[in-house]
Write a new protein. Structure first.
Length: 176
């Protein structure tokens, strides 16, 4: 009798365990609900900050620099000199941007590599977001900007990713 009771209790425990295991499995619906909750929480936490950054991005004017019939990508952006990498007088009307970073350390590292590889006037500009643009060279002349753009694209020592390089025109000069 004791053996039958033990067997029944064991069977009930096994059955309860099996029901518990099968009812707790993860489904796509569970993942979807968790994803939507996390997404909503992220959007709520961005709030004003996300709106400000969106406004800053929209203020950048995407255009083209036309020189002798050639069209070069150009953007007008509100920037300032980052971490004393150059002087305000050194920033000209057209600057050839070769990369952008979210961290100043990475931007300064690439600036140093550019200086070692034949771009002694390389510097870093900062947006309000902040994004850090690495500039290889700068000039006041559209012809020279086109030449710099072409030379940078051909230079194997400069590793480029799309959409770089492009020409940056600061919204106001001198950049401080």
């Amino acid at each position: 009798m004791n053996m039958k009771l033990t067997t029944r209790i064991a069977m009930i425990i096994v059955a309860a365990f099996a029901v518990t295991i099968t009812s707790c499995k993860t489904t796509e619906a569970n993942y979807r609900v968790a994803y939507e909750a996390a997404k909503q929480k992220t959007e709520e936490s961005r709030g004003i900050e996300g709106t400000i950054y969106e406004k800053i991005r929209n203020e950048a004017i995407d255009s083209r620099l036309i020189v002798e019939g050639d069209s070069i990508p150009m953007m007008t952006v509100n920037v300032k000199i980052a971490a004393s990498t150059t002087t305000p007088d050194s920033v000209k009307r057209y600057s050839a941007v070769v990369n952008q970073f979210k961290q100043i350390f990475n931007a300064k590292s690439q600036m140093s590599r550019l200086r070692e590889n034949g771009y002694p006037d390389a510097f870093v500009l900062e947006t309000a977001e902040p994004l850090y643009y690495v500039v290889a060279t700068t000039t006041d002349d559209g012809q020279e900007a086109k030449k710099a753009y072409t030379n940078i694209r051909k230079d194997k020592s400069v590793v480029l990713r799309q959409p770089f390089p492009w020409i940056l025109t600061p919204t106001r000069l001198p950049v401080k």
